[in-house]
Write a protein of this length. Structure first.
Length: 353
């Protein structure tokens, strides 16, 4: 049999890695991506005179072997997250924050050289036999005698095999399937947690890293909020500086201006008026991203149903596979999980066709 035509729904890390692995084995594919950019939950924002700002995935550890192997294969380096030796800890809102000594970290956290989207752009550059279609939100997928038809908001595509890499919650939410997929899959998908999909990231860039000079590091852990975690986010070269962290997701209903003011007010507690002199404030409220977040009918726990065996099967008589970070076995929800899931589906295809 000739090699099958493959359509991959979603141009995040899982979709791009799947296309890359398949291409290495001589398969061609088409990626249909709903947004007008690649990367999905990897989003590196770049502005003049500011370090690359990771508004999505940022950190990895040495245990993330699928991701590390891919980075090595693509010749992309990693560098250690700057933590300093002290951190602010705000255990409770009724007493002031404390500056605490950090123990030596035996298992440090790393960032991707050049920004997390360096991985996305490098994968894209490696694809010679893959057509990447942006702005193609898939709305329905239908199997007939000879092929699978995929309909998007813009166009129609045919394939022998379709691989779904969007978060499982969204496949249930946004795509209609004919014949319908088994309820054993769709019921689980509807209740599968999408990692970080409701988070709020904030970043402030500065001309000088005042937090380093005063030996306080940029690390803050606060139970009082609204900022719950903050870290130094300067570039690897040490020439552009920023602080970046998470705001309690309950603040999603406020305006950007209100969130910026709350961020500054909170950080003044730690660093005084120096925080006022920021070059710019950036934020991403992920629950406003329809191709990442969808509301749940009921309460869902973090990582709920991630890595379920139901995601590992072939559907529609070897025409449909499910991938994406939340389907992975080892580190679902993380970049490593996205790469693992890509390896799993690529192997399923190369083993069979
Ligand atoms: C704020 C934040 C911080 C994070 N921090 C970390 C971290 O530090 N370390 C870590 O390892 N991981 C982190 N993650 C998780 C990491 O980003 C994900 O695990 C990984 O990027 C998921 O890749 P994916 O390809 O499986 O899914 P996604 O990145 O979600 O890609 C799915 C793609 O499908 C597209 N899509 C959706 N619907 C459709 C449709 N109908 N038709 C076509 N395309 C569609 C989307 O636009 C998207 O591009 C973070 C995530 C967020 C949001």
């Amino acid at each position: 049999m000739n090699k099958p035509d493959i359509v991959i729904v979603g141009g995040g890390l899982a979709g791009l890695t799947t296309a890359y692995l398949l291409e290495q084995k001589g398969y061609q594919s088409t990626i249909l991506e709903a947004r007008n950019r690649l990367g999905g939950r990897i989003l590196t924002c770049r502005y003049d005179d500011e370090p690359p700002l990771e508004m999505g995935a940022t950190w990895l550890g040495k245990k993330h072997t699928h991701l590390i192997n891919l980075l090595e294969q693509l010749d992309i380096g990693i560098f250690e997250q700057f933590m300093g030796n002290k951190a602010y800890y705000e255990p409770i809102s009724t007493s002031p924050p404390q500056l605490v000594q950090l123990p030596e970290n035996e298992d440090p956290t790393y960032r991707i050289e050049g920004g997390s989207d360096n991985l996305i752009q490098t994968l894209k550059q490696k694809l010679n036999n893959c057509s990447v279609e942006l702005g193609q939100a898939v709305t329905s997928i239908q199997q007939n005698d000879r092929a699978v038809q995929i309909e998007t908001t813009q166009s129609r595509f045919n394939a022998d095999i379709v691989i779904l890499t969007l978060p499982p919650k969204l496949l249930h939410e946004h795509i209609s399937f004919l014949p319908t997929l088994p309820s054993s899959l769709t019921d689980i998908a509807a209740q599968t947690h999408t990692w970080m999909a409701d988070s709020i990231k904030v970043a402030l860039s500065y001309r000088t890293p005042f937090w380093r000079k005063e030996n306080t590091s940029g690390t803050i852990m606060s139970n009082a909020g609204p900022i719950t975690e903050l870290y130094d986010h300067s570039n690897q070269e040490g020439s552009q500086f920023a602080l970046k962290g998470f705001m309690n997701e309950a603040y999603h209903s406020l305006s950007k201006k209100e969130r910026r003011e709350l961020t500054i007010d909170h950080l003044q507690k730690f660093y005084g008026s120096k925080v006022d002199n920021y070059l710019s404030y950036h934020e991403t409220v992920w629950r406003e991203e329809p191709y990442t977040f969808a509301n749940y009918q009921q309460h869902i726990l973090p990582h709920q149903h991630n890595g379920e065996p139901i995601f590992q099967k072939w559907y529609w008589d070897h025409s449909l596979l499910v991938a994406g970070s939340e389907t992975a076995q080892a580190f679902p929800g993380y970049m490593d999980g996205a790469v693992e899931s890509a390896r799993t589906v690529a192997k399923k295809i190369t083993d069979r066709f």
